[in-house]
Design a protein around this ligand. Structure first.
Ligand SMILES: Nc1ncnc2c1ncn2[C@@H]1O[C@H](COP(=O)(O)OP(=O)(O)O)[C@@H](O)[C@H]1O
Ligand SMILES: [Mg+2]
Length: 338
C-alpha cells in the first residue's frame, strides 16, 4: 500500500489551476489520510478558486492519479477555498489576542482540566478569556465545566457565538461532532473545524487570551495549529512519572520544531496529601515536571496535587483551594511572559 508520505509527494507537485502554482507552494494540501481497511485515500485540498471551471479538471486529474496510478480503490475528496493566512494574523495583531495551547504527549494527564482551570483563573484575574476545545478525539471541556452539549447559535453573518461559563467564552468540538462517526473521518473535519474556530467565532471584541485544549500527541493537528495560528504559545503538561515525562518531552520538541514558543511545563497529579498524617505521598513517582522543563529549557510553572475540587458539579477549583492557588500563580507567570 502507498504511504501517506508517498501520496503527499505525488500530490504536492500538482498545479493549482487558477494560480498556476504547485500545491506545495500554495500550502494547498490541508489533510491526507488513508483508510487502510477500504484502501481509500482521504484528502482535503485547498484551491485558490474552488468554484472555477478549471477546478473540475483538477479533480479529474487528482482522481486519476489516486486511483489509476497509485491504485487506491476509492477517494474521499473535499475541495475548499485557500484562505489567506493574513486574515487570522491581521485580526490577531489588531486585537492583540494571545493564544495559549495546552499540549501533552498522551491523554489522561489532566490537559482538559488544566486548560479549563487556567482559563477560569485568568478570567477571575480580571481578563477577557476564551477557550477552544480542539481535542477532537476526546472533547471533554463541556464535561469539565459542566456545560450542556448543544449546537451554538450563529450570527447573521454566519459567525458562531460561543457559550459563556465562569466568565469564559467556550467553543468545543463536542458541540459539533457526531459521536457515531468513526474516528478516522474526524481528521478532515478537524481541519475545517479548526479553521472555523480561528476565523469564524464571534468572541467578545476585547478578548485578550484564548486557551486551546489540544488533542494529545503531535501530528496533523499540530501542523494545522501551526498554519492557522503560528503565534500560538504552548504549555506542556506531564505527570511526575518518567514514562509520561518522556512522551511530554516529545510533544514539546514537536512544538519547538514548529517554532512555537513554549511558556513552560505544568506537572499534574504531583502528590497526594495524606489526610491522616499530612504527608505528601508520591503516588505517580516524582521528577517528571522538572525533567521535562530541563529538557525543553523552560520553567516548571507549577505542581498540582491530586485532589477533587470542593464542588460536586464540575472540575473547577476555587481559587483559595491549594490547586486553585497554584493555578493563580501559573496564570500570573503566563501574563508576565508577554
Ligand atoms: N490534579 C488532579 N487531581 C485529581 N484528579 C484529576 C487531577 N487532574 C485531572 N484529574 C482527573 O483525571 C481525569 C483525566 O483528566 P483530563 O483533564 O480529562 O485529562 P486529559 O484531558 O489529559 O485526557 C479526569 O477524571 C480528571 O478529573
Ligand atoms: Mg482531554
Amino acid at each position: 500500500m502507498v504511504s501517506k508520505e508517498k501520496l503527499r509527494e505525488k500530490i504536492e507537485v500538482l498545479i493549482d489551476p487558477t494560480c498556476k502554482k504547485t500545491l506545495k507552494e500554495t500550502d494547498g494540501i490541508k489533510y491526507i489520510g488513508i483508510d487502510e481497511k477500504e484502501n481509500k485515500a482521504i484528502l482535503v485540498i485547498a484551491l485558490s478558486q474552488k468554484n472555477a471551471k478549471e477546478a473540475k479538471q483538477f479533480k479529474i486529474q487528482l482522481t486519476k492519479l489516486v486511483k489509476l496510478e497509485l491504485g487506491f480503490s476509492g477517494l474521499k475528496l473535499e475541495i475548499e477555498d485557500l484562505k489567506s493566512k493574513e486574515k487570522g494574523t491581521v485580526l490577531d495583531k489588531e486585537k492583540k489576542v494571545r493564544y495559549i495551547g495546552i499540549a501533552s504527549g498522551k491523554g489522561g494527564v489532566g490537559k482538559s482540566t488544566i486548560t479549563a482551570n487556567l482559563a477560569v483563573a485568568c478570567a477571575k484575574s480580571g481578563h477577557k478569556v476564551g477557550l477552544i476545545d480542539a481535542d477532537i478525539y476526546g472533547p471533554s471541556i463541556p464535561n469539565v465545566m459542566d456545560l450542556e452539549i448543544k449546537l451554538p447559535q450563529g450570527t447573521s453573518d454566519e459567525k458562531i457565538i460561543p457559550f459563556k461559563k465562569f466568565n469564559v467564552e467556550v467553543i468545543s468540538t463536542a458541540f459539533f461532532i457526531d459521536n457515531n462517526k468513526p474516528l478516522m473521518w474526524r481528521g478532515p473535519m478537524l481541519h475545517k473545524m479548526l479553521e472555523h474556530y480561528f476565523y469564524d467565532v464571534k468572541w467578545s471584541e476585547d478578548i485578550e487570551y484564548i486557551f486551546v485544549d489540544l488533542p494529545p500527541g503531535t501530528g496533523d493537528v499540530a501542523l494545522d495549529i501551526q498554519s492557522l495560528i503560528p503565534q500560538c504559545e504552548m504549555i506542556v503538561v506531564t505527570t511526575p512519572h518518567p514514562t509520561a515525562s518522556s512522551i511530554a518531552v516529545k510533544a514539546g520538541f514537536g512544538a519547538k520544531q514548529l517554532n512555537h514558543k513554549i511558556i513552560g511545563v505544568i506537572e499534574n497529579m504531583s502528590y497526594f496529601k495524606n489526610p491522616a498524617n499530612k504527608k505528601h505521598e508520591l503516588i505517580f513517582g516524582e521528577g517528571g515536571g522538572d525533567e521535562v522543563a530541563k529538557q525543553l529549557d523552560v520553567p516548571l510553572l507549577g505542581q498540582l496535587e491530586i485532589a477533587q475540587p470542593q464542588n460536586d458539579h464540575h472540575s473547577i477549583y476555587q481559587l483559595d483551594e491549594p490547586n486553585g492557588l497554584v493555578y493563580l500563580s501559573i496564570v500570573k507567570q503566563i501574563l508576565q511572559k508577554k
